[in-house]
Design a protein. Structure first.
Length: 169
C-alpha cells in the first residue's frame, strides 16, 4: 500500500499570525496538490478545518469520500524537537498517545493507495517512527504546506519513499 501524507494548506498562523484560516495562497496550494497527487481510493483527514478543506479537494478530484479521524490532529511541536511555551503535561501525554494510535491506524489500512491529510508535526512523528529515530531529531525535517510525503506499507514494514515533495507547488 502507498500512503500519501499531505500537510494541510497554508494558514495565517503559518505566516506568524494566530488564525488557522486558509490563506489565498493556501487555496492555490490545495488546487495544485489535488491535481498532482496520484489516484487514491480513500482520503483520511484530521478533523481540523485546515486539513479538512485540503482533504475535500483531493477527495473531489478522486471521486472518493473523506473519512475524518481525530487522531490525525496536530501534536505539540516539542514532541518532535520543536519549541512549545508552557506545554501542558496532560496534553503532551494525550498527543503522544494519539500520534501512536494514528501511526498504528496507518499500518493497518488495507487499501492500495490512500491520502492522509494532516499536520506537520504529526507527519514528523510518523517519519521518526518509520526511521527509528528519536523524536527530538525530527524538527529538522521540513514539512511544508501541501507537501507530499510518501510511505510504502508492506505488512508490518513501513518505508519512507519521499519526504516533503513540493514540486507541484
Amino acid at each position: 500500500m502507498i500512503v500519501y501524507l499531505v500537510r494541510h494548506a497554508q494558514t495565517r498562523a503559518n505566516l506568524g499570525g494566530t488564525e488557522q484560516t486558509v490563506t489565498p495562497e493556501g487555496l492555490k496550494q490545495i488546487e495544485r496538490v489535488a491535481k498532482a497527487l496520484p489516484a487514491v481510493e480513500t482520503v483520511y483527514s484530521s478533523d481540523q478545518h485546515r486539513a479538512l478543506i485540503t482533504a475535500e479537494s483531493i477527495a473531489k478530484v478522486n471521486k472518493v469520500p473523506v473519512i475524518q479521524n481525530p487522531d490525525l490532529q496536530e501534536i505539540y511541536a516539542c514532541i518532535v524537537g520543536g519549541t512549545t511555551e508552557n506545554p501542558a503535561p496532560k496534553r503532551m501525554k494525550n498527543d503522544k498517545r494519539r500520534a501512536k494510535k494514528a501511526f498504528k491506524f496507518i499500518k493497518e489500512l488495507k487499501q492500495k493507495n490512500v491520502a492522509i491529510v494532516c499536520h506537520g508535526n504529526i507527519i514528523r512523528f510518523f517519519m521518526a517512527q518509520v526511521a527509528g529515530l528519536p523524536l527530538q531529531n525530527m524538527w529538522s525535517f521540513d514539512v511544508r504546506n501541501c507537501s507530499i510525503t510518501t510511505l510504502r506499507v508492506t505488512g508490518d514494514v513501513v518505508d519512507i519513499l519521499n519526504v516533503n515533495d513540493t514540486t507541484h507547488l
